[in-house]
Design a protein around this ligand. Sequence first.
Ligand SMILES: Nc1ncnc2c1ncn2[C@@H]1O[C@H](COP(=O)(O)OP(=O)(O)O)[C@@H](O)[C@H]1O
Ligand SMILES: O=C(CO)[C@H](O)[C@H](O)COP(=O)(O)O
Length: 566
Amino acid sequence: MKYVIGIDYGSDSVRAVLVNAQTGQEVAQAVHPYARWKEQRYCNATKNQFRQHPLDHMEGLEATVRRVAQKVPAEQIVGLAVDTTGSTPGPVDEHGVALALKPGFEDNPNAMFVLWKDHTALPEAAEINHLAKTWGGEDFTQFEGGIYSSEWFWAKIAHVVREDEAVAQAAYSWMEHCDWLTLLLTGGELSTFKRSRCAAGHKAMWHESWGGLPSEEFLTLLEPKLGGLRERLFEQTYTADEVAGHLSEEWAQRLGLTTNTVVAVGSFDAHAGAVAGEIEAYSMVKVMGTSTCDIVVAPMHEVGDKLVPGICGQVDGSVIPGMLGLEAGQSAVGDLLAWFRGVIEWPLRTLLPQSVTLSLEQQEALREELSDKMMAELNKAAAAVNPDDSQVLALDWVNGRRTPDANQALKGALMNLTMGTSAPQIFRALVESICYGSKQIVERFEQEGIPIKQVIGLGGVAKKSGFMMQTLADVLNRPIKVAESDQAPALGSAMYAAVAAGIHPDVVTAQKAMGNGFAETYTPNPARVADYQRRYEQYQAFGQFVEQNTPAMTSEVAETETAQHA
Ligand SMILES: Nc1ncnc2c1ncn2[C@@H]1O[C@H](COP(=O)(O)OP(=O)(O)O)[C@@H](O)[C@H]1O
Ligand SMILES: O=C(CO)[C@H](O)[C@H](O)COP(=O)(O)O
């Protein structure tokens, strides 16, 4: 019997699944929340600064993989692969050691991984967009939807090197999180390491037609401190079905595995999730968690030269080698609902500690009990709201708008509040706003000639919120299948690992052999469709109003906003 391990690094925790390499049947899974991240040690939410310490990731690697690996003989585990969030780049030395692991940088957030949802690089993203359209050369954003985001590689690097001279000096190179972990596991040389096509193509403006990364001239025009970095990055990229190497002696020992285990090239969580969600041509797989990524694949020859504006890129082989992978998404989905929960939990955090009748332990127990129940209860109560009784309308942009047309400077909003507005009505409006945002994305693909033939949901929100999924089916007026797997990105990585280890000839065959199928299908309720269409039009008008009244994101505006938050 042969087995593979898929390792999925989410925003809050890492999980590993051990599966049968032939059938995909799950043998074991283990989850580990990041300890430092849980305390938000290197974050500042008001500045939109979200940094993760590499020790959180290394501890999670050992904790999860050791636990699942012990279920079967080590020599039967033939492959593993890692997917992570992205763009989550971090600075490294000439051997690929993360800077935060080196003396002097242990507590410096700029030496850590800059999580996808960190928006401290708003000015740099605005500069990249301006430069790309005006510098007189190639528009390097053209395969990234034409608008570069502050969530991405170059904006983040430019921001950190400007802000922190010590990091700028010490950083030999930069790596996406999925690449850094894969190099860590294989112990190879940084100069010959196989970087992820998925990460480079969607976030680093890598494209074969201009010889890989944007030119030295463009990068130094953006920021002179980037001079020379291009040389120390990479020219080639590799798809996730390829072999990056074998487990190093050190990590084989630390994980309880052998050096015969093949390690596949890394990828992003959403792309791996789409593979496990059995994506096929013109399906949209919605990976719904903290954020949402909408992944579509299409045959290269059918898309031809078509460029889809306002999405997060179109990349040859980023999901399924040989097909074009297209990505869009929303920056806050589970996070939007978690934000609202946080708002209404305020008295629990502030007034409870003032209680004279409850002990500290009782307060803590009460806080946890209520917080645990809150999301499920809000879903239930929001589903019971009579839509005719509430006109509340929301914009889902609390963490900016990722797509269509990235504008991370936009903010969330609520309208039509009355004296009768209740928490469930607001929660319902937030859920609806997420669904309207999703409809805009589907429409963008279709307007640009990429038909969406089916919609598949997966991830924490798709599994936990039937209310969200039913609303989505009603708003989109399409059935939505929800994937069976609870750990879809990890299963997708296991599929990539199985191909890299030679168990299956290609990703499509691996999907067929190892797929878990679907748990349920939400079908649109015809009685709701017309009303949601009317409200969708109101959402669009509300969005236009807010957008028109939001200052254009020049670097000056971004700097003022950042300063106000500091
Ligand atoms: N019952 C629920 N309804 C809606 N959202 C939920 C519910 N329970 C948890 N969530 C949201 O799910 C998100 C986590 O999703 P998950 O897929 O597990 O994580 P990740 O995005 O890190 O991969 C959180 O943002 C949380 O607010
Ligand atoms: O942009 C992405 C991938 O390209 C993802 O949204 C990001 O990685 C975060 O994912 P999640 O919401 O599951 O934590």
